[in-house]
Design a protein around this ligand. Structure first.
Ligand code: FO1
Length: 316
């Protein structure tokens, strides 16, 4: 039987955070630019210092644009901090570290938004500035802030919980906004998608906020010939970020199989790490066991190729 050639398929990747950005980068190295669209979580976005900060959009842009700080997983490589340290000296908030180069992105974005451009249009211009070929789309042009309800009952804006409070207190639940609508660009990308890939991002605060945007979840259930998720959990731990901690705090076992169970019938295939070999799958779920750690550009490209080849078998 002839396997579909993923190289000529229209691929949509849902991404947030470092893992999402790295798989997006691997896919961008493999696929023709017009065959890849990255739909990015904006639930982490917030207003700060008079600027609109879009961490997941910026992490995808910097990573695919090859200017990311790979140690922190956010912000720019070769960064300086003169402006932020002066903001602190002048009594401004310095708990959210914005480097000098990173600030240029936020200022250019603020300028575009203030001129009435949509976040989608502004992101397109910024991507052009970073020489990025594939489409990088915010999930919505409307604010869609993710809130964290902690086990003290307190409800915190995402960045306050994630950065200022360093993932404390424990998470009771993630509160997502109602009636957020996807952009026309996102709908068009999903209407023509052959394959949807769910990147190894945090299921609760990176992927679920995207699925929560109308009508993304329903379109993913209907349109693509295959939906494949990559586990963000390896041997009970997140490669980066609070996913495993959140799973435990929300009563889920922090394991790859629990991530597959969380996505349930939405996915046809699941990619998990060799360290979790022997994982039991839900009935009917196709599995790929491989090295899901993406070390450097070669690692990202390798995983992208393996995921696309796996997905191609499911698209027949
Ligand atoms: N994460 C931190 O833990 N500390 C920071 O000071 C910080 C600053 C920052 C600045 C710009 C940006 O795009 C991201 C930044 N992040 C920081 C990461 C941010 O909290 C993201 O939301 C997380 O990476 C989760 O996606």
């Amino acid at each position: 039987m002839n396997t579909v050639d993923p190289y000529y398929s229209r691929v949509v990747c849902l991404a947030g955070g470092v893992g999402g950005a790295r798989l997006a980068d691997g896919l961008a190295r493999v696929l023709p630019p017009h065959n890849l669209t990255v739909i990015v979580n904006t639930g982490d976005d917030f207003r700060h210092l008079g600027l609109t900060i879009c961490p997941d959009l910026d992490t995808v842009m910097y990573t695919v644009g090859d200017v990311a700080n790979d140690e922190t997983g956010w912000g720019r490589a070769g960064e300086s901090w003169r402006t932020m340290s002066e903001v602190g000296r002048l009594g401004g908030p310095d708990w959210f570290s914005l480097g000098d180069l990173d600030l240029a992105t936020h200022l250019a974005r603020a300028h575009g938004l203030d001129a009435g451009q949509t976040l989608t249009a502004v992101t397109g211009r910024l991507c052009a500035g970073f020489g990025i070929g594939p489409a990088v789309l915010p999930m919505s042009d409307l604010p869609a802030p993710t809130l964290i309800e902690t086990d003290t009952g307190e409800v915190l804006p995402f960045q306050v919980w994630f950065v200022r409070e360093r993932w404390q207190p424990a998470v009771r639940r993630v509160i997502l906004p109602e009636d957020v609508r996807a952009t026309a660009e996102v709908v068009r990308a999903l209407e023509t998608a052959d394959l949807v890939l769910i990147a190894p991002s945090n299921p609760f605060v990176s992927i679920e906020p995207i699925l929560n945007v109308y009508p993304i979840r329903a379109m993913i259930e209907d349109v693509p010939r295959a939906v494949v998720a990559v586990s963000p959990i390896i041997a009970g731990r997140a490669v980066k970020g609070p996913a495993a901690k959140m799973m435990a705090e929300m009563g889920l076992e922090p394991a790859a199989a629990a991530v597959a169970g969380y996505y349930g019938h939405l996915i046809d295939g699941f990619v998990y790490d060799a360290q979790d070999a022997g994982m039991i799958a839900e009935d009917g779920l196709a599995l790929l066991c491989t090295d899901t750690l993406m070390s450097g550009a070669a690692g990202r490209e390798r995983l992208a190729r393996e995921v696309l080849a796996f997905a191609a078998e499911l698209m027949e």
